[in-house]
Design a protein around this ligand. Structure first.
Ligand code: ME8
Length: 495
């Protein structure tokens, strides 16, 4: 049987500033899904990267006194290092300044133009550089963009426009019929699933209101990809960025690989960029005669102690600091455990510390250290027999059996809650069985209990692997090796 492929992407982050905890949330979530599908034996391609062109980045480079390329080289390297530190392992880290991406953008836009969906026009409007998008008068608050607190630029310029309106009816149908009726009957092939439901409904209502055409080139932005047919114009940064999902899978570099992975199975993105991914992107693909991604999953936005992260407030959380102090797995755990998918969330170091001390050190860490210490003491570091998962009692096993389905439904926080329900079972089992008392009278029974706990810890490690890869690997290695060494430092005390 041919191995199933699974192509998953994240949004690519702007390189006008350093990676923050909101970026990290999205990449960890995608990494968890990618690892889960790998564990299931699928052929996974996981793409992430950086979005490096446009006026916003050119301005940040100028402010730093650097050439745009030099500036983005530095920031892109920081993103890559941060994902390494967080044990996020993409198949490719794409940069929109990569040569093959620049080529792909030219080819796709030319194709859309050849197919007759671009026309020349004059644009008069307001442009918010922070959003890298046009903004309407109505959206302003006291004359400034409510998100960036900056005055938009008044723009009057010649642009090439893309006829999004030609595709809105088709896109609406594909979203509506992505899953068919309640029995899955009548699902169209080429349907586009949007999750959560509330986002899907938002998109459907925008499509109903009619969606205006968008400009795909700009005349005065120099730090951008040239439009192949018009030397006066460069490609609008959002159009450039969306095409990364094609170039990243090998559109120019390796066509065979591209054919294998496209269409993407899942685009993971944040709530602020759904219109681009659920309307403009599908329209671009349809205009180029290509297949649509199967699903867009949308996460909420993170605040810190209840406030929006911003440079001016000085509350931007750099995930690297937390990783240094608490370890990658603890940060991954916090992000996946704290906030239900789709909801906006709030994170802080207090919350991280509470999860670290409670769930990780006292819950999981304690279970592993008690068990390994007793195995050393009562079994000379070797359990008589590692039992199978199916030998575990129902109350330990059934929460673990729910984990896979919960991950696939993006209910990461519930998946972790189930794993911890099972960990709590084991800690209670030890408290009740009191092997340290039993060992004085019945060593055989004591060893049976430790065999059962070993099987349990291996089962937990298996389900934990996508979330806490380093910890799970240590647990697995220890309990699978003939000699089980003591592990007392899975989650050391924070000084
Ligand atoms: O939008 N909480 O880049 P970006 C949670 N380059 N997620 C957050 C967040 C927060 N506070 N801030 C940002 C862009 N994100 C474009 C994307 S894709 C073809 C181009 C998420 O650096 C955001 O929702 O502003 C998005 O999914 C990703 O981080 C990159 O945001």
């Amino acid at each position: 049987m041919e191995t199933k492929k699974f192509y998953i992407t994240t949004a690519i982050d702007y390189t006008n500033g350093n990676p923050h905890i909101g970026h990290a949330y999205e990449k960890v979530a995608a990494d968890v899904l990618a690892r889960w599908h790998k564990l299931r034996g699928e052929d996974v391609f996981f793409l992430t990267g950086t979005d490096e062109h446009g006026a916003k980045i050119a301005a940040a480079a100028e402010k730093a006194g650097k050439a745009p390329q030099e500036f983005t080289d530095e920031i892109a390297a920081k993103f890559q290092k941060t994902w390494q530190n967080l044990e996020i392992s993409p198949s490719r880290f794409i940069r929109t300044t990569d040569e093959d991406h620049v080529k792909t953008v030219g080819e796709i836009l030319q194709k859309i133009k050849d197919n007759g969906y671009l026309y020349e026009g004059e644009y008069t409007g307001l442009y918010c550089v922070g959003h890298e998008a046009f903004i309407t008068e109505k959206e302003l608050v006291n004359g400034v963009c409510p998100d960036h607190k900056t005055k938009p630029e008044v723009v009057k310029e010649k642009n090439w426009f893309f006829e999004v309106s030609a595709f809105t009816g088709d896109i609406k149908k594909r979203i509506e019929r992505s899953e068919g009726d309640e029995n899955g009957e009548g699902a169209v092939s080429g349907g586009l699933k949007i999750w959560p439901e509330q986002k899907r409904n938002e998109i459907l209502s925008w499509l109903e209101q009619g969606f205006t055409d968008v400009s795909v080139t700009r005349p005065n932005v120099k730090w951008a990809i040239p439009a192949p047919w018009d030397p006066e114009q460069t490609v609008y940064v959002w159009i450039d960025a969306l095409i990364n999902y094609l170039s990243g899978a090998g559109f120019v570099l390796d066509r065979g690989e591209f054919e294998r992975y496209w269409p993407a199975d899942v685009h993971v993105i944040g709530a602020d960029i759904v219109k681009f991914h659920c309307i403009i992107w599908p329209a671009m693909l349809l205009a180029a005669g290509m297949e649509l991604p199967k699903e867009v999953v949308v996460h909420g936005m993170f605040t810190v102690n209840g406030e929006k992260m911003s440079k001016s407030l000085g509350n931007v959380i750099d995930p690297n600091g937390w990783v240094l102090k608490y370890g990658a797995d603890a940060v991954r755990y916090l992000l996946m455990r704290e906030v239900p998918w789709g909801q906006d969330g709030d994170v802080s170091e207090e919350k991280l510390l509470a999860r670290y001390e409670g769930d990780l050190a006292n819950g999981l860490g304690n279970l592993v250290s008690r068990t390994t210490n007793m195995i050393e003491k009562y079994c000379d570091g070797q359990v008589p027999e590692i039992l199978r998962e199916s030998d575990l009692p129902e109350s330990a096993l059934s929460p673990l059996q729910e984990v896979g389905a919960l991950i696939e439904e993006l209910r990461f926080h519930e998946a972790l809650a189930k794993i911890w329900e099972s960990i709590a079972w084991a800690n209670q089992y030890i408290d009740g069985a009191k092997p340290w008392v039993l060992a004085k009278t019945d060593l055989k029974k004591t060893r049976e209990i430790l065999s059962l706990l070993s099987a349990h810890i291996l089962a937990v490690a298996h389900k934990l692997a996508p979330f806490l890869p380093h910890t799970a690997e240590r647990m697995r290695k220890t309990f699978e090796s003939g000699k089980i060494g003591k592990i007392n430092d899975l989650f050391p005390r924070i000084e």
